[in-house]
Design a protein around this ligand. Structure first.
Ligand code: SF4
Length: 273
């Protein structure tokens, strides 16, 4: 589909129910946000895949599905180049050496230098690069409290929770139901830690996508006719150390990465919707 000339062209594709599941108050507001590049059309859970694909065409940024696009990443890199990284490193308790700030992302070194260049021991995906830079530039650097809350309880999380549930929690659950090594992979590949079972779950694993933004994945096995379930919890300080859009990106990005791992191990059904 050619690039829309105004928001009404996008509005015409929507259900127009103003159901708010996308976090916007109306379908028109959502159409405007998509037109301005602040939202992706795929963030309306009511659209079918064909409409999303037709709208997105070859435009990689539309296919991305995250709130932050490539332009935003470039903007953040420029902001990093204009920032005192030594002071930022003190604030977020990162290492600073030469002209480079380094901290751990999922247990691996991830750095930004004084020119805003990123380097890492893991693949640099936008879903992790954008939160990394937001954390360094704008995070408060508060210590982790140890109190777990759901995404919905974070500041700004309520409006996006339906989408978070669909694209993070349900997507991870689908993988966990089929690919039983998922939680071992979290521990061995991503420096996760299996912790004492929380909220009466069968498995609880804590990951650190950023040092002061841990997330805990709790999984309940199916039993006696009750379906399995999976919930993701964040430290209650997560929305102070990172903007909620970046917290969303980390959850959804991890879910997609787990899906790819399951696919590599021969479980295509773990990622089918
Ligand atoms: S989720 Fe879709 S249908 Fe519901 S308000 Fe948002 S744009 Fe409209």
């Amino acid at each position: 589909m050619p690039r829309p000339k105004h928001a009404m062209e996008i509005f015409e594709l929507l259900e127009k129910s103003n159901c708010r599941e996308c976090g916007e108050k109306t379908c028109l507001a959502f159409a405007g946000a998509v037109f301005q590049g602040r939202r992706k059309i795929a963030e309306c859970p009511k659209l079918d895949r064909q409409v999303i694909e037709r709208f997105s065409g070859d435009d990689q940024s539309q296919n991305n599905g995250f709130q932050e696009g490539r332009d935003y990443l470039e903007e953040l890199k420029r902001a990093a180049a204009a920032t005192d990284l030594a002071a930022a490193a003190k604030r977020v308790d990162a290492k600073f050496s030469g002209d480079k700030l380094t901290l751990k992302v999922l247990g691996k070194d991830f750095s930004v230098d004084a020119r805003g260049n990123l380097s890492a021991d893991i693949h640099i995906n936008p879903w992790v690069a954008v939160p990394f830079l937001n954390y360094v530039l704008y995070g408060k650097g508060l210590p982790v409290s140890g109190s777990w809350v759901s995404f919905r309880e974070l500041n700004g999380g309520q409006e996006r929770y339906a989408l978070f549930q669909k694209r993070c929690e349900q997507s991870m659950k689908r993988v966990a139901d089929i690919y039983t090594d998922l939680f071992n992979d979290m521990v061995h590949l991503f420096s996760g830690k299996q912790v004492e079972k929380q909220f009466e779950s069968d498995i609880s694993v804590v990951l650190h996508p950023l040092p002061a933004v841990p997330l805990m994945i709790c999984y309940w096995l199916p039993e006696a006719g009750i379906e399995s379930s999976l919930n993701v919890f964040f430290d209650e300080t997560a929305d102070k150390n990172l903007d909620v859009g970046s917290v969303f990106s980390l959850g959804v990005g991890l879910a997609q990465m787990f899906g790819k791992i399951a696919l590599r191990h021969g479980y295509p059904e773990a990622v089918s919707t």
